[in-house]
Ligand binder design. Structure first.
Ligand SMILES: [Zn+2]
Length: 68
């Protein structure tokens, strides 16, 4: 995931998985995730990934954007 390019700001390595709900302390401190909080839609359409540099959120599969 570190080589993923953000489709919004074009930066490399800024894409992180979004962790919805309450994260574990380990996940929070690892820096590998964006903490999405408790605002889960519950319809399966919540974005899976986000950018740490801009507001982009979406879903990446093998480094490619599959939805926004
Ligand atoms: Zn970005």
């Amino acid at each position: 995931m570190t080589t993923a390019v953000c489709p919004e700001c074009g930066k490399v390595g800024t894409i992180r998985k979004i962790l919805w709900g309450m994260p574990t302390v380990e996940a929070f401190e690892s820096g590998d995730f964006i903490i999405g909080g408790c605002m889960v839609q519950g319809d399966g359409l919540d974005p899976k990934h986000g950018c740490t540099e801009c507001e982009w959120e979406g879903t990446f599969v093998r480094g490619k954007v599959v939805s926004e």
